[in-house]
Design a protein around this ligand. Structure first.
Ligand SMILES: Cc1cc2nc3c(=O)[nH]c(=O)nc-3n(C[C@H](O)[C@H](O)[C@H](O)COP(=O)(O)OP(=O)(O)OC[C@H]3O[C@@H](n4cnc5c(N)ncnc54)[C@H](O)[C@@H]3O)c2cc1C
Length: 614
């Protein structure tokens, strides 16, 4: 990027200092990323690796090189066959999807991307497999892609014509009583921790740490999300208002960088890489093979509050929104409470909150006033599902046996024959399994909007947003109200600092069942998609009017996010770009709207100089 262009860009991005942007430009110029012709190789190109080269790679990874096929491809020729129907049925099971190299948890996004398999995958079991794959991709100019749990909404863990590093089988878990990071012997006291293979699902980590050991590790809410992907996103779980970002709990990672070296990254060894991994976005700095996370004391109780209410008129709905927001600011904006309230068309409020460290009686007390008010206002409201509070021993929260007995509707089991009995996912995530997205927008809402004088504006904007689409407030995905030490730990990550004083992440999204363009009978519904995208944009637009510098969570955001570098990382982007330049100077690791992606074509195959980014 030329200096003049850069100054223009800097002027339009007030949050980043001019100096920071100039440093970024100098870094680019020094490395010579501008206008260099460089294209990666595709099958059919003269320089695509020979059969012999692939065979050699296969030997190097002890047979774990596989040709990737998507089970969906069977439907191209025979869309009405029973086999094809079976595949589409199976695409509603996240464990089935997760066990296929050629599938991802989102089947695509209309107008953005479609899930398509790589040509080959290294189904890595150990670090040496990853090293071999990274070296092979670099030496042969291949498009490299990394997949763990496959939950990327933005399609960043799949790419046609690529080599995939698939970490699914790198899922060992071990607990430590007194962990000290390599090189940190003099700097850090030993602490309880858990080491988890990059491809493990969060459910496995919770089983090991909470169900079996009676401790807590901060991870994600969805049980089938991959551990390393979430950590690199920043990562929120239901109880993040108490325990902070998942990334902030990272003590150490092992990472294979673009030069094929397996490095340790922690606060004492490669601290810049360590910082970048904490929220800098997956698939950009290297392949993480293992993470070590701090574990905490488990509270006595976890619990949930559910309910659904509809208002008989718009005026009553405004009042309901106002009561809900007032309840949130006065009683729920603290480390006890997380998860969601959803405000929807049809004047509907859905409550799906989780809490920690309160017993049943204490939690009931918090909700008593709003219940009493609703009971006294029967003419204005229909209680579709009464507000119900349930608390139980925290240690049993992820125990499928207990959930099946006491809360069978809250979970869905992996229904494949011979599936491990422990495989379950939350029923609340069911609609997202295998879905094709029509639209997805998110924005952090500053806590200042909860001030008494600003609350009416927030209530009004929420009401107006629901005239178009459902708006969900994910309270656990903003750190305002969290303990000071968790906010300080989050400040030391690469995430957009907007997360620190946000009380919630507002998410507005729409999608349909699994669908793939060109597959007769299984095509995405373009009309619905178009309508949903328009309505979601209008709905989020109402909230965006309230925010000066909107920030968005990299992993739960719009594929078409305009100033993505600013939205996802804010003032941290130049520092992240410098880390990228140091550890991946030639851009081996590319993901859509990832750090450094502005230097590449949309498919990650061609270097386009300075790109369209900052
Ligand atoms: C149904 C659903 C529920 C979700 N719930 C939550 C939630 O509760 N909280 C939350 O914070 N987020 C949530 N997310 C977002 C999710 O955390 C991110 O998409 C996360 O990055 C997924 O990680 P993954 O390994 O499952 O996905 P993948 O698609 O496999 O990976 C995501 C990104 O990380 C990269 N990556 C994966 N593994 C590695 C590795 N070992 N080394 C380097 N790069 C790697 C991939 O290349 C890709 O770019 C949810 C997503 C879905 C679809």
């Amino acid at each position: 990027m030329k200096r003049r262009q850069l100054l223009k860009a800097a002027a339009s991005i007030p949050l980043l200092s001019r100096m920071e942007w100039l440093r970024l430009a100098d870094a680019r110029a020094e490395h010579g990323t501008s206008n260099q012709a460089f294209s990666r190789v595709r099958p059919g190109d003269a320089t695509w690796p020979s059969e012999e080269s692939w065979t050699k790679l296969g030997h190097a990874v002890e047979g774990r090189l596989i040709q990737v096929n998507s089970p969906v491809s069977a439907c191209r020729e025979a869309p009405d066959s029973p086999a094809c129907h079976e595949v589409f049925k199976a695409l509603r099971n996240p464990y089935y999807i997760g066990d296929h190299a050629g599938l991802t948890q989102t089947s695509g996004w209309v107008g953005a991307w479609t899930s398509r398999p790589s040509v080959y995958a290294v189904a890595a079991r150990k670090t040496a497999d990853v090293v071999a794959a990274v070296n092979f991709a670099r030496e042969n100019k291949l498009r490299l892609v990394v997949k763990g749990g496959g939950h990327s909404y933005q399609g960043t863990s799949c790419a046609p014509d690529s080599l995939l590093v698939w970490t699914r089988e790198m899922n060992a878990i071990s607990l430590h009583e007194a962990f000290v990071g390599q090189g940190c012997e003099k700097a850090q006291p030993p602490q309880p921790a858990v080491s988890v293979g990059a491809g493990a699902r969060w459910l496995a980590a919770y089983e090991a740490v909470t169900t079996r050991r009676g401790r807590y590790v901060q991870g994600g809410g969805c049980t089938t999300v991959g551990v390393a992907g979430l950590i690199q996103s920043g990562g929120f779980g239901s109880f993040s208002k108490k325990y902070g970002l998942a990334a902030a709990g990272l003590l150490e990672a092992e990472v294979v960088t673009a030069d094929g070296v397996a490095r340790i990254a922690n606060a004492c060894t490669n601290p810049d890489l360590f910082w970048g991994l904490k929220g800098g976005g997956g698939g950009t700095l290297g392949v993480v093979t293992r993470v070590t996370l701090r574990t905490r004391e488990l509270p006595s109780f976890f619990g949930a509050v559910f309910g659904k209410i509809t208002a008989a008129s718009e005026a009553a709905f405004r009042e309901l929104i106002s009561r809900a927001i007032t309840l949130y600011s006065s009683q729920l904006l603290n480390p006890h409470w997380g998860e969601q309230m959803r405000f929807g068309p049809g004047n509907e409020l859905e409550i799906a909150m989780l809490f920690q460290d309160l017993n049943q009686r204490q939690a009931e007390e918090v909700w008593r006033p709003i219940r009493e008010w609703l009971d006294a206002s029967k003419r204005d409201f229909t209680i579709v599902n009464p507000i119900k509070v349930v608390a139980g021993p925290a240690r049993l929260f992820w125990s499928p046996a207990i959930l099946k007995t006491f809360s069978p509707n809250a979970i869905v089991m992996d229904d494949r024959p011979n599936a491990p009995a422990s495989n379950f996912y939350w029923a609340g995530d069911r609609d997202q399994v295998g879905q094709v997205l029509y639209a997805y927008r998110s924005a952090w809402l500053p806590v200042s909007l909860l001030k008494e004088k600003d609350r009416p504006r927030l209530v009004d904007a929420l009401f107006r947003s629901t005239r178009h689409w459902q708006m969900s407030l994910h309270f656990n995905k903003g750190l305002a109200g969290a303990p000071a030490e968790e906010i300080a730990a989050a400040r030391d990550t690469a995430m957009n600092p907007a997360v620190l004083d946000a009380f919630a992440l507002a998410i507005c999204a729409g999608g349909g069942p699994p669908a793939f363009p060109g597959f007769k009978g299984h095509e995405p519904d373009q009309t619905l998609a178009h309508r949903a995208a328009g309505a979601v944009a209008k709905s989020m637009g109402e909230l965006l009017k309230l925010i000066d510098q909107p920030g968005s969570y990299v992993s739960e955001s719009d594929f078409f996010e305009p100033k993505w570098w600013q939205s996802f990382w804010g003032t941290n982007y130049p520092r992240l770009a410098a880390v990228k330049k140091k550890y991946d100077p030639d851009g081996l690791f590319f993901v859509h709207h990832g750090v450094g992606s502005e230097a590449w074509s949309a498919d990650g195959f061609t270097r386009v100089g300075s790109g369209q980014g900052p």
